[in-house]
Design a protein around this ligand. Structure first.
Ligand SMILES: *Cc1c(COP(=O)(O)O)cnc(C)c1O
Length: 219
């Protein structure tokens, strides 16, 4: 069970922490993977309408269960942040507000097919470890071009920081922010609970936070 008042309190603390480090408006995506629709409701209720999910099936189920009336003032805006499978895109295409994990041209083409003109981020593998998603930094520019050719709106770049002590993530974050600037892209989505301070120091415009809002996940 999610304690909505507790979430609201943690959102307040997080906002304070972000403004202390960043001194500017940083978007927070509430990552609700592993939690139920009550976590989404708590986030939206606390003013975090941007909600991140990692799995298509889980996103679909939660969007259904949540059942926010279309007239409600605050609707969740779903961000897809996990490994994206081409064959799942169609099912969630009408729900996703921002596709944050586009790391190969096939995904861009499939997204454009089912959600023409959708907003995307190109995910870059800054950690240099396999299996975590993201194109290589050398391929990012080309992939931005492919997304645009497909008619998608590329808002920026996204990455998952190198694991371990937060300082380990700093060089990669710096690289991502520099690359976004080189490409003229405004949005830099980086920083999770463990490394959000470093990410903001290095120029994140958007952080993706789960644990600090909802507590530890069972998986
Ligand atoms: C799970 C996840 C997050 C949130 O991680 P926390 O450590 O719980 O804040 C952010 N981004 C991605 C891509 C994730 O998979």
């Amino acid at each position: 069970m999610i304690d909505a008042a507790g979430v609201a309190e943690r959102v307040g603390a997080l906002r304070e922490r972000l403004s202390r480090i960043g001194g500017r408006q940083i978007k927070v995506v509430a990552v609700t993977k592993g939690f139920g629709p009550d976590a989404v409701a708590a986030a939206v209720g606390a003013g975090l309408t941007d909600v991140g999910e990692n799995y298509a099936q889980e996103l679909l189920a939660k969007a259904n269960d949540l059942n926010v009336p279309p007239s409600a003032a605050h609707q969740p805006r779903w961000h897809f942040i996990g490994r994206l499978q081409r064959n799942k895109i169609r099912k969630i295409a009408n729900l996703v507000h921002l596709w944050q994990s586009v790391d190969r041209p096939e995904l861009a083409i499939e997204i454009a097919r089912w959600a023409p003109g959708a907003g995307v981020l190109v995910q870059v593998n800054i950690a240099g470890i396999g299996g975590r998603g993201g194109c290589s930094p050398e391929d990012a520019s080309g992939l931005v071009g492919r997304c645009r050719e497909a008619g998608l709106v590329v808002a920026g770049l996204m990455a998952v920081g190198e694991p371990g002590p937060p300082e380990h993530a700093r060089p990669g974050f710096r690289l991502l922010a520099a690359q976004a600037a080189d490409l003229g892209l405004a949005e830099v989505s980086m920083g999770m609970t463990a490394d959000l301070d470093v990410a903001v120091e290095e120029g994140a415009t958007m952080v993706r936070i789960g644990t600090a809002l909802f507590g530890p996940r069972s998986r």
